[in-house]
Design a protein around this ligand. Structure first.
Ligand code: SF4
Length: 328
């Protein structure tokens, strides 16, 4: 075990780390799970208002399990990566029926639940119990890859294995909660992606990337295939007061309210073309071409009318909400 790495990080965390985040007031695994899921690919300052609203509306896992999917999606809308919200709801239901509403803290139980991977399970357990558990989220990977210059000339699988071995060897035998928070805080606030603040880093004296001025070469980037694109011709059927939306039931934005889609020839006939939008999802680039149209005489059963006020609070994808708030 590399105790000196851990000791320096723990001491640094106590002095400079983030110790007043809303979820840190609790060691309840439900609370810590909720925060961990929300924090995936999302910054702390974005998560805080969502977390506060969720905890207020769903103070226990039972409350979340008993909510409708629509209500969960509505509270989540704007936070992105919507499969997390669906898995969150699914997970709460499983905890309710498989664990009798008591959120588990054993790693194997946690990893068996939807949306909880190995690192998230470890983060929940260490936060809930203070037991040391190796974690390896995106921030931690960056710290360890730079500190040990891990990844050059290796396959992604080999790199991942080495990083896990390194994460385990650096995890101390005590103060698991503070160490896990420390290594995540260091990645989020000091060892940042593009401008690491190495002069402020508690482990800079043995960081290999710092010593060789090669911080930005780590983590080694995967060669990415070009992102596929999809064209969406969307219809804003409105009389100026209300707009018709339908609930998406497949692929991206599943469960959210969005605009009806038009065929190319229908879109071309429209007279009022609205500004085009480019929106990037994780694995897809959407090119959205909206047009304004009058409300048709016959309204399909799946459509629902929304006012501008409802658009502000209902579960809509962010670019669609933004578009409608501008055009209504
Ligand atoms: Fe990251 Fe710099 Fe610290 Fe190395 S010295 S771990 S590159 S912040």
């Amino acid at each position: 075990m590399d105790s000196s790495f851990a000791e320096r990080l723990v001491a640094w965390q106590k002095k400079y780390g983030r110790n007043n985040l809303p979820w840190q007031k609790s060691h309840d695994p439900y609370v810590r799970w909720l925060a961990e899921i929300m924090l995936q690919q999302t910054q702390v300052k974005t998560v805080i208002p969502y977390f506060d609203r969720f905890i207020e509306r769903f103070p226990t896992v039972q409350d979340l399990a008993e909510a409708t999917e629509e209500e969960v999606m509505k509270l989540w809308a704007g936070l992105g990566y919507y499969s997390r919200a669906r898995n969150l709801h699914k997970c709460a239901k499983e905890v309710q029926c498989r664990f009798n509403g008591s959120f588990p803290i054993e790693l194997s139980d946690l990893e068996s639940l939807p949306g909880i991977g190995v690192s998230t399970a470890a983060a929940i357990r260490s936060a809930a119990t203070d037991e040391p558990c190796a974690i390896l989220d995106g921030n931690v990977k960056r710290v360890l890859a730079r500190h040990g210059m891990i990844g050059k000339g290796l396959t992604p699988r080999e790199t991942e294995n080495l990083l896990w071995a390194d994460a385990r060897s650096k995890t101390p035998l005590k103060e698991g909660r503070t160490y896990a928070q420390a290594v995540m805080d260091l990645g989020a606030t000091v060892c940042t992606r593009t401008k690491p603040l190495c002069a402020l880093c508690p482990v800079n004296q043995d960081c290999k990337a710092f010593q060789t001025d090669s911080q930005l070469e780590f983590p080694v980037k995967k060669v990415r295939a070009p992102v596929p694109e999809e064209i969406l011709n969307l219809a804003v059927y409105t009389d100026g007061n209300e707009v018709y939306l339908l609930r998406k039931s497949e692929r991206y934005w599943k469960g959210l309210w969005t605009l009806p889609q038009l065929r190319d020839e229908e879109a071309e006939q429209s007279e009022e073309v609205l500004p085009a939008i480019e929106h990037r999802l994780t694995h897809l680039l959407l090119r959205i071409y909206p047009v304004r149209l009058p409300i048709p005489a016959k309204i399909p059963a799946a459509w629902k009318a929304f006012t501008k006020e409802q658009i502000k609070t209902e579960a809509l994808p962010t670019p669609i909400r933004k578009l409608l708030l501008e055009v209504l």
